[in-house]
Design a binder for this molecule. Structure first.
Ligand code: 2PG
Ligand code: MG
Length: 442
C-alpha cells in the first residue's frame, strides 16, 4: 500500500477520464456539467447560460427536440464531451490549460464552437483549470494568476443587483438591473455585509410601498416591484441606502440592456407597458440627455449597454462625454473582434466578460488582457441561468479584474460566487487587497 502511494506520486499527472452529464441551471433549464478526472482526483465544473444571446457569441448546443425540455436538452453537448472531447484530452497534462483549450478548438473547427458546443467546451475547460490547480497544489485563483502572468491579486467590488426589470422581471421597469457598488468598503467581507443590509432595507421599503408581493424577485435575485420608470426604482434604492448609514460608500450602476427596447433607431422606454403609445419613443440623443440627468440626480457611476448593440454612434458619443463608466455587454458579446473595434472607436470604456460567450478559459484570459491594455474597466459577469459553480470568483481574483457582477446578495447560485470571494479573502489574509476606490482600474 505504501509502495503504491509512493508510486502514484511519481506518476506524471494526466487527464484520465472526462465525463459529462445534463443538470439543470437556476432557471430550471438543462446545462452541461463535467467531471474531469486526473491522478489527483475528480474536478467538477458546469456551464452557465444567458437570456440574451447574440450573433457574435459562441454557440450553446441544444438538442432542439421540442418534446424534451421544450427543445432545451443538452444531450448532444454531453455526448460530445463523453466521446470526442474525452478521447482528445485523455493523457494530457491538466496544468497545460492553453494546450487543452487549443485541442478542443482544433477538434471543433468552427468559429463559434457550434460543432461541439460552447457549453460542452467551457465546462471541460473550467474543470481542467481546477484540475491544473490541484496538480500544482495551489488554490484555483493562484493557478489562474500564473496562467495569465498576473502577479497582483485583488478582490473585486461586487455589483449587487437590488432591483430587476427588463427581461428579468414581470414589472414594467424597462432597464434590466439596478445595482449597488460598495466602493467604500475596506474588505470584500464588509462589501458583502453592506450589500446584504441594503438588500434587506430595500425589502422593507418596497413592502411598505407596494405590499409584500412587491418583494418577489427576478432572475438574478433583485426585487421586482410593480414599478414603471427608472427613477421610481432609483428612488427606492436611494431610500434603502439612506437607511443603511453607508450613503457615501455605496454607488449605483445600471444595466439598461437597451437592445431589448430599440425599435429601428428609437428607444421605447414603455416597451413593457400595456398602455404604451409611440409618443414616448426616444432618440439616441434623448437617451444621452436622460443618462446625463440620471447621473447628476443619483450616485450612478456605471451604465451598461446604454444603447442598442449596433448603435455604435451614440455609444461613442456618450462614452466620450466621460460622465461614468460605460460597459459593453451586448455591444461586445465578449467577442474579440468586437472588443478590438470598440477599443479603436472608443465606443465604451469597460468590458463585461461572460465566459460562456467565449467558451474557454484561455480565450477569457486573452480578452481580459485586451481590455486591460486599453485601460478599460473589466466586469466579469454571471448569466441569468447560473449554476452553483463559483469559477468566476476565482477568475476575477486571479486576473485582478476589479468588478464582479453576480446578482443579488440572495439566491444560492448567486451567493456561490460571493461566498467563494469571502473564502479567498480569508485565504489571502494580510495579502488580501479589496479594490475599493480603485474599482475602475483593472
Ligand atoms: C447581463 C447578463 C447577466 P444574461 O445582461 O448582464 O446579468 O444577462 O445572462 O441574461 O444575458
Ligand atoms: Mg447586460
Amino acid at each position: 500500500m505504501l509502495m503504491s502511494n509512493h508510486m502514484k506520486k511519481s506518476v506524471p499527472s494526466m487527464i484520465t477520464k472526462v465525463k459529462a452529464r445534463q443538470i439543470l441551471d437556476s432557471r430550471g433549464i438543462p446545462t452541461v456539467e463535467v467531471d474531469l478526472y486526473t491522478n489527483k482526483g475528480m474536478f467538477r465544473a458546469s456551464a452557465p447560460s444567458g437570456a440574451s444571446s447574440g450573433m457574435y457569441e459562441a454557440i450553446e448546443l441544444r438538442d432542439g427536440d421540442k418534446g424534451t425540455y421544450l427543445g432545451n436538452g443538452v444531450s448532444r453537448a454531453v455526448r460530445n464531451v463523453n466521446e470526442k472531447i474525452s478521447e482528445a484530452l485523455i493523457g494530457m497534462d491538466p496544468t497545460l490549460q492553453s494546450q487543452i483549450d487549443q485541442a478542443m478548438i482544433d477538434l471543433d473547427r468552427t468559429e463559434k464552437k457550434s460543432e461541439l458546443g460552447a457549453n460542452a467546451i467551457l465546462a471541460v475547460s473550467m474543470a481542467a483549470c481546477k484540475a491544473g490547480a490541484a496538480e500544482k497544489e495551489v488554490p484555483l485563483y493562484k493557478h489562474i494568476a500564473v496562467l495569465s502572468g498576473n502577479t497582483n491579486l485583488s478582490l473585486p467590488i461586487p455589483a449587487f443587483t437590488l432591483i430587476s426589470g427588463g427581461k428579468y422581471a414581470a414589472n414594467f421597469l424597462p432597464v434590466k438591473q439596478i445595482m449597488i457598488l460598495p466602493i467604500g468598503a475596506r474588505q470584500f467581507e464588509e462589501a458583502l455585509q453592506m450589500g446584504s443590509e441594503t438588500y434587506h432595507h430595500l425589502k422593507a421599503v418596497i413592502s411598505k410601498k407596494y405590499g409584500t408581493d412587491g418583494c418577489s424577485v427576478g432572475e438574478d435575485g433583485g426585487f421586482a416591484p410593480s414599478i414603471t420608470s427608472i427613477r421610481e426604482g432609483l428612488d427606492l434604492v436611494k431610500e434603502a441606502i439612506g437607511r443603511t448609514g453607508y450613503s457615501e460608500k455605496l454607488k449605483i450602476a445600471i444595466d439598461v440592456d437597451a437592445t431589448e427596447f430599440c425599435i429601428g433607431t428609437k428607444y421605447d422606454l414603455d416597451f413593457k407597458s400595456p398602455n404604451k403609445s409611440d409618443q414616448n419613443f426616444k432618440s439616441g440623443e434623448d437617451m444621452i440627455n436622460i443618462y446625463k440627468e440620471l447621473c447628476s440626480d443619483y450616485p450612478i457611476v456605471s451604465i451598461e449597454d446604454p444603447f442598442d448593440k449596433e448603435d455604435w454612434e451614440h455609444a461613442k458619443h456618450f462614452s466620450n462625454l466621460g460622465i461614468c463608466q460605460v460597459v459593453g455587454d451586448d455591444l461586445l458579446m465578449s467577442n474579440t473582434k468586437r472588443i478590438e473595434r470598440a477599443v479603436e472607436e472608443s465606443a465604451c470604456n469597460a468590458l463585461l466578460l461572460k465566459v460562456n460567450q467565449i467558451g474557454t478559459v484561455t480565450e477569457a484570459i486573452e480578452n481580459v488582457k485586451l481590455a486591460k491594455d486599453a485601460h478599460w474597466g473589466v466586469v466579469i459577469s454571471q448569466r441569468s441561468g447560473e449554476t452553483e459553480d463559483a469559477f468566476i470568483a476565482d477568475l476575477c481574483v486571479g486576473l485582478a479584474v476589479s468588478q464582479i457582477k453576480a446578482g443579488a446578495p440572495c439566491r444560492g447560485e448567486r451567493l456561490a460566487k460571493y461566498n467563494q470571494l469571502l473564502r479567498i479573502e480569508e485565504d489571502l489574509g494580510d495579502q488580501a487587497v479589496y479594490v475599493g476606490d480603485d474599482w475602475r482600474l483593472s
